[in-house]
Each structure stands twice: as structure tokens, then as C-alpha cells.
Design a protein around this ligand. Structure first.
Ligand SMILES: [Zn+2]
Length: 221
């Protein structure tokens, strides 16, 4: 699932790249454009009679050699790295989960400490697809009811279940992730009681369906 979310994220970013494509202000770098830009900055540095575009490159960018690898950075006293499109997902994931799944602003503040070209729009797309954030949002948005913790005396007497809504970014025919919490998962048959937070996503229809799929939980109440 993780990989397919990353793929969907990258697809969205490529759409953004296409939208911004012809602009020289485009801050999204495919690997190819990243390499080209480094080449252009190097050429501009060497050129004795600089064109307007070369002067622009030199105002905007610099190159830093990190362990023998040339990195594109924003011109200035502090190093801010430009990252390529394929680096965005892992970088944002690390920052976003590092701050406990904070919102767009907090994640952005974390990333601009190091990077020059991760915009709020890109972070918004990421958070929209973040499994944990979707789960939390659906819990708070659907109902103000507090989910009671599982209190049970026996294994399988009561289990808690939640659905994560991926309808906006389906993985083929799959649109939901089910989170299921118990002491043991299905080692000892179906639970006696299935508990959810009554979210609108977890309708009676879904429970009925689970009951009817005899292979899964035929004895479910
Ligand atoms: Zn998140």
C-alpha cells in the first residue's frame, strides 16, 4: 500500500510539473531538469560574457559538493537544498511523521529548514494521502463520540474496527483500509462483538457484508 500511495503522490506531482512546465520559476525538478540546471549554473560561472538567463541562474542557484556529489542549492549564506521530484515523498514523510503528523504549516516549517523547493501545495497533496491523518480526520469529523477503549475479559469477546477512506485515491478496485484491533487477530475465530466509532464510513451495510461473507466472520453479532 505504501508504494502505491507513493506512486499516486508522484503522479499528482507530475501533474503539477506539467502545469508549471514552461515557467523558469518552476521549482519542481525532475532528475533531468536538476542535472541540466547544475550544468547551466556551471556554464554560467565560466562564461565571460553572461547572458540575462545566465545572470538569473547565478542569482538563483549555487552548487555544493557533498561527498563528491554535486547538489543544487539556493544562492545565499545558508544552504537550502533543491530536491528532485522523486525525493519529495520520502523527505516529506520523514519530516511529517517526525513532528507527529502535524498539519501543512508545521510540516512546511520543518522542511524549509533544509529545503528550497517543497511548497505548501506539495505538502497538502502529501497530507491528503497520509493514512494516519485520514484516519484521525475521519475519527474527529464523523462524530464527537469518544471511542470507548476495548474492555473485554476474554480474547475475541470484543474487537474494534475502523475504516480508512481512500476513495479519492483508490488503488485499483481497493478504496478502504481496515484497521482491526484485538488481542489476537482471527487466530481464534470471529469476535463476539465488533465495535466501531460509528463513523459514517462504517455503515450497517459494511457490517452486514462482513457477516454475510461466510469465509470471514460467519458468527459475528
Ligand atoms: Zn499524517
Amino acid at each position: 500500500m505504501e508504494n502505491s500511495i507513493e506512486k499516486k503522490f508522484n503522479d499528482e506531482i507530475i501533474k503539477l510539473c506539467d502545469d508549471n512546465n514552461k515557467s523558469s520559476n518552476n521549482s519542481l525538478f525532475t532528475r533531468e531538469r536538476y542535472r541540466e540546471t547544475i550544468g547551466n549554473v556551471k556554464k554560467a560561472k565560466l562564461s565571460s560574457k553572461k547572458t540575462a538567463l545566465q545572470r538569473y541562474f547565478l542569482r538563483q542557484y549555487d552548487i555544493l559538493s557533498v561527498a563528491g556529489i554535486e547538489k543544487l542549492i539556493r544562492k545565499g549564506d545558508i544552504f537550502f537544498y533543491y530536491c528532485t521530484v522523486d525525493e519529495l515523498y520520502p523527505l516529506i514523510r520523514t519530516a511529517h511523521s517526525g513532528i507527529g503528523h502535524g498539519g501543512i504549516h508545521k510540516t512546511y516549517k520543518e522542511l524549509i529548514k533544509q529545503f528550497a523547493n517543497i511548497s505548501r501545495e506539495i505538502i497538502r497533496i502529501f497530507i491528503q494521502m497520509c493514512e494516519q491523518c485520514i484516519l484521525r480526520k475521519s475519527r474527529t469529523a464523523t462524530t464527537k463520540l469518544v471511542v470507548r477503549p476495548i474492555t473485554s475479559t476474554d480474547f475475541n469477546s470484543r474487537c474494534q474496527v475502523d475504516l480508512v477512506d481512500y476513495q479519492s485515491f483508490p488503488d485499483g478496485e481497493y478504496k478502504w483500509i481496515m484497521h482491526y484491533q484485538d488481542h489476537f487477530f482471527l487466530l481464534m475465530g470471529s469476535p463476539h462483538i465488533l465495535q466501531s466509532d460509528n463513523g459514517r464510513e462504517f455503515t450497517a451495510n459494511v457490517i452486514t457484508e462482513l457477516k454475510h461473507v461466510k469465509l470471514i466472520w460467519p458468527e459475528l453479532k
